[in-house]
Ligand binder design. Structure first.
Ligand code: NAD
Length: 507
């Protein structure tokens, strides 16, 4: 029996409840969803599907918690302490959290335990510290006789909606700055991967985050719609597909909510002829197949300068053939399954259509034969696709890349920018002037030079163009969850101010 199946047997099957206030509750209508382990296809757990009544209850709790000041009126230092305690709790529970994430998402255990969860701990510690550094521009007398002060205030009840690819990390990327700034939260994880987010709720209560400050509702689109339409939710922070982002903009329009949108990507990976080819090939495999390619910043469009194309392709395909696909519970596994059968069929559809349109598969393109169960797909390298084709233009969100040639620097920039997305890009060269020129010309929120993927808590992450707006990570993210108030105090005490005559009376 593979280890993940054994673990699954051990962890007793249960229906996971939602966190509203300080209580673990069922949906009022008791509707549930069954979750499968993507590596085995076997039943893993059952979760509730929150409907409008459940969402209303969660928002009511969050609103009460916001308005009575049990969190928003705490000093930044007190909020920081609670977040730092939560980070410690997560660290103490790293192994079980990583195992749960591996079982629910199908991601390799080494990525969950040495990547996602430790990074989430670091993010929380960063935002805990950052809570004490919120600032505005200077305060002074800008008009004679009036003192102006800038206050940065929490927005209120914030709805957080997360995707399935990095469930725990995305929950923390959103909840940590929202809470650090003093907001209260209703968090909705993806319907497919809610388990570690529910664990986050349990640890938050243990860490002393007051009841009602962090509420977690599970469910899919219906739950998300209720949250985005609720009049008492003042902001929606969303990470997910660009098309869902557009729907949410429409859903939030009638109540004019502040929106923060972290959407899809289609990252170019541009290799100039003077690049360190060995480093570029290594970076290409890591950048493309991380998390089975289910990563919004994953390298998906490879543009390689003509003179080194053949050499790059030979080395790249050889390395891709060495990726160890398999049971995600094994430390040696590089690539696990896709998150669901639905996602596998989606990815498969993209590959079939690309091949039909004339692209060539240099590696992969199919379901691997060695797995009887689980939602596996081979790492896939395509070539000879048209720049205008679907496989180059649309986000696949799976282990599929396209490699295309380019002639010179202007063409590399033009091809790199020629998509509707603008999340992340990388370029590979030893020429420092070219690196500077090309990184300036690329229309992406993050540009890496001679690497692809790394992010840090201190630096912003977010898209240009249809990859969205607003930043995750960094002080910029903290500011997203605040609103600025100008407080103006009359300082002379005189009854009749110098300017009053413009409205009433004589000068
Ligand atoms: P998705 O858009 O299908 O779902 C995301 C979340 O939105 C889920 O919780 C879902 O239940 C909810 N949802 C769906 N319809 C909704 C609606 N009408 N109203 C409110 N909520 C709704 O995305 P996904 O498939 O879970 O995740 C993959 C996508 O996420 C990819 O496009 C990927 O690029 C993107 N992503 C972006 C970033 C980033 O930082 N920019 C990070 C991770 C993932």
């Amino acid at each position: 029996m593979p280890r993940s199946a054994a673990l699954e047997k051990k962890s007793s099957f249960k229906t996971w409840k939602m966190l509203i206030g300080s209580k673990w509750v069922s949906s009022q209508h008791s509707k549930t969803r069954t979750l499968l382990n993507p590596a085995t296809g076997r039943v893993l757990a059952e979760v509730y599907e929150a409907d409008k009544t459940d969402v209303n209850l969660a928002v009511e709790n969050a609103k009460r918690a916001f308005e009575d000041g049990r969190w928003s009126k705490k000093s930044p230092g007190e909020r920081a302490l609670a977040l730092l305690r939560l980070a410690d709790k997560i660290e103490q529970n790293l192994k079980p959290l990583a195992t749960l994430e591996m079982q629910n998402v199908g991601k390799p255990i080494k990525l969950a335990q040495d990547g996602d969860i430790p990074f989430a701990v670091d993010n929380l510690r960063f935002f805990g510290a950052a809570a004490r550094f919120l600032e505005g521009r200077s305060s002074q007398e800008y008009a004679t006789g009036y003192a102006s002060v800038i206050q940065r205030e929490p927005v209120g009840v914030v709805g957080l909606i997360a995707p399935w690819n990095y469930p725990f990390m995305m929950a923390v990327w959103k909840a940590a700055p929202a809470l650090a700034a003093g907001n209260t939260v209703v968090l909705k994880p993806s319907e497919w991967t809610p388990l570690t987010t529910l664990e986050l709720g349990r640890l938050a209560l243990e860490a002393g985050i007051p009841e009602g400050v962090l509420n977690i509702v599970t469910g899919g689109e219906e739950t998300g719609v209720s949250l985005t339409q609720h009049p008492d939710v003042r902001m929606i922070s969303f990470t997910g597909d660009t098309e869902t982002g557009k729907k949410i903009m429409t859903q939030t329009a009638p109540t004019l909510k502040k929106c923060h949108m972290e959407l899809g990507g289609k990252a170019p990976f541009i290799v100039f002829e003077d690049a360190d080819l060995e480093a570029a090939v290594q970076g290409a495999v890591v950048g493309a197949f991380v998390n089975t390619g289910q990563d919004c910043t994953a390298a998906t469009r490879f543009y390689v300068q003509q003179p080194v194309l053949k050499k790059f392709l030979e080395a790249f395909v050889k390395k891709v053939s060495q990726i160890r696909v398999g049971d995600p519970s094994h430390l040696q596994t590089d690539m696990g399954p896709l998150v669901s059968e639905e996602q596998r069929q989606r990815v498969e559809g993209f590959v079939k259509r690309a091949l039909k349109e004339g692209a060539k598969a240099l590696f992969g393109g199919n379901r691997p034969r060695e797995f009887e169960s689980g939602f596996f797909f081979q790492p896939t390298v395509l070539a000879e696709a048209k720049q205008s084709s679907e496989i180059v233009q649309k986000e696949v969100f799976g282990p599929v890349v396209v490699v295309l040639p380019f002639k010179d620097e202007p063409q590399a920039i033009q091809l790199g920018n020629d998509v509707s997305y603008g999340l992340a890009a990388s370029l590979w060269t030893r020429d420092v002037q070219r690196a500077q020129r090309v990184s300036s010309a690329l229309q992406f929120g993050t540009v890496w030079i001679n690497d692809h993927l790394p992010l840090t808590s201190e630096m912003p992450h977010g898209g240009f163009k249809q990859s969205g707006f607003g930043k995750d990570l960094s002080l910029y993210a903290l500011e997203e969850y605040t609103q600025i108030k100008h407080v103006m105090t009359e300082t002379t005490g005189s009854v009749r101010k110098g300017w009053h005559y413009t409205v009433y009376g004589e000068p």
